[in-house]
Write a protein that binds this ligand. Structure first.
Ligand code: 5CA
Length: 449
């Protein structure tokens, strides 16, 4: 993509309305613009990140055996009356009425709708277990939307729902989602720690929040240091096998957000040197709630003995749009964002230090064409601007590498490759730089597999 033809409105200064670093950087780097409180438009660069996150979430859901569908944003009030949540949900629920005065709502979550779909279609235990998911916009009329996309009113969520015959089977589904979450966040370059949680308005008696660590995160977290050293399950994890040893390794050590923190237990269970206190951001939340919805809504299947049994259910959410902010909180410096390669909007940037100089333009055009042909996505700064302004812009938007091409280097057949995360610079010949970048892209592809 040529920057001269792109839409990238950068801001020089920190916008006043932004309190936290990710919100500031998302506005400054031209990722989003606020439409009204807690509601954002995604500009081209931001949308590329959102789509990449969505893709990783989808791949890991599919890998765990979940099936994608798509439910609408608008739901009828009746099914929420059936579950009993229409009145309980309070002002966070955006209630709407259509031209026939029929009561509707903008979905804040989808337990009711998926339960309705399932009960109308599945009659026998032989069609269980199933996990269904979608990635869809939600609306919650938060009393205090803040921190940009981290706590929006309209936000993109991946929500999955599991259906099982027995509590034991439901636990196996829960474990599948648990493991897939560890993999999902790990692929985004994040350290996530599952923590026992309250289930609140969703209900149920088994629940974990997935918290990613970031010094600037909203919640205070307390955990055993050993959890930081645990590896995420590999791509070869067998989702049909027994996942409980993995769950065990992640849940046997102390970890709690301030809401559930028990200072006395922390002191007793965790030796002094292993106590770790930091901040974190909730990027996922999983729930097992048994028959909380299936019973009142009559979602029953014929069991092995012929009688009707309500299905055992769980739900599993990931804050897809929140993750864009959360990743920035976890990965930035004074100059701007540092995208992990797997979610970066472009693989890298190509900076023409002297646009308009025939020789420099020619080398840049050639490198650009070759990189694109090799399958890399490159943001090519072909604008007529000061080199300093270009460097600052690329540090701000945080692509993993910058290829800097100027007349001086060209004379000796060389260009400079800057690694955004470390600041390391290498001077390389044209072919060497191409080989290196193509090899690193291939490496990333292998990691994802
Ligand atoms: N039905 C369940 C699971 S599908 C549910 O709604 N869970 S939740 O309320 O915990 O939301 C799931 C995830 O969505 C959260 O972990 C969080 O990452 C994200 N999320 C929740 N509220 C917001 C919000 N206001 N803005 C941005 N992301 C949010």
């Amino acid at each position: 993509m040529r920057l001269s033809r792109y839409f990238l409105p950068l801001l020089r200064n920190d916008p006043k309305e932004a309190e936290i670093v990710s919100h500031k950087l998302m506005l400054r780097a031209g990722l989003v613009r606020q439409s009204t409180a807690g509601i954002y438009s995604w500009l081209p660069l931001g949308l590329r990140v959102l789509s990449k996150i969505e893709r990783i979430v989808r791949e890991e859901q599919d890998h765990a055996g979940a099936l994608e569908l798509l439910m609408p944003t608008i739901q009828p009030a009746e099914i929420w009356r059936e579950s009993g949540r229409y009145d309980v949900y309070g002002k966070e629920l955006l209630r709407i009425s259509d031209r026939h005065e029929r009561e509707m709502l903008y979905g804040p979550t989808n337990e009711e709708l998926i339960t309705q779909i399932f009960r109308d279609s599945v009659k026998s235990y032989k069609e269980l277990p199933r996990i269904l998911y979608h990635i869809q916009w939600k609306f919650r009329d938060e009393i205090r939307p803040r921190f940009g996309v981290m706590r929006g009113r309209e936000f993109l969520m991946k929500d999955s729902y599991s259906f099982d015959l027995t509590v034991e089977d439901a636990r196996a589904s829960y474990n599948k989602m648990f493991v897939s979450y560890l993999r999902t966040f790990n692929r985004m370059g994040l350290k996530s720690i599952p923590m026992a949680a309250e289930s609140g308005v969703i209900g149920g008696d088994m629940s974990h929040e997935f918290i990613i660590l970031a010094d600037t995160g909203e919640s205070e977290v307390f955990c055993h240091r050993d959890l930081l050293k645990l590896d995420s399950p590999g791509a070869n994890v067998d989702y049909e096998g027994d996942l409980s040893p993995i769950i065990q390794s992640w849940t046997s050590k102390y970890a709690a957000t301030s809401e559930k923190h028990d200072a006395a237990r922390f002191a007793k269970e965790v030796p002094d040197a292993d106590r770790f206190t930091t901040h974190g951001i909730e990027v996922g939340h999983i729930f097992f709630f048994g028959t909380k919805y299936s019973e009142p809504m009559g979602c029953e299947v014929q069991g092995p003995n012929g009688g009707l049994v309500p299905v055992q259910m769980g739900s599993y959410g990931i804050g897809v749009s929140r993750l864009v902010g959360a990743i920035i909180e976890a990965s930035h410096d004074d100059a701007g964002i540092i995208w992990p390669s797997s979610v970066a909007p472009f693989d890298g940037g190509l900076i023409n230090v002297k646009s308009g100089d025939a020789e420099t333009d020619k080398v840049c055009e050639e490198l650009y064409a070759k990189l694109e042909t090799a399958g890399l996505s490159v943001l090519y700064d072909d604008r007529d601007d000061r080199p300093g302004a270009k460097f600052a812009a690329f540090d701000l938007i945080g692509l993993p590498w910058q290829l800097i091409v100027g007349p001086k280097g060209i004379k000796s057949g060389e260009v400079e490759l800057k690694h955004r995360a470390t600041g390391a610079r290498h001077t390389l010949g044209f072919d060497a730089v191409l080989n290196r970048l193509v090899a690193s892209a291939a490496e990333l592809g292998r990691e994802a597999a």
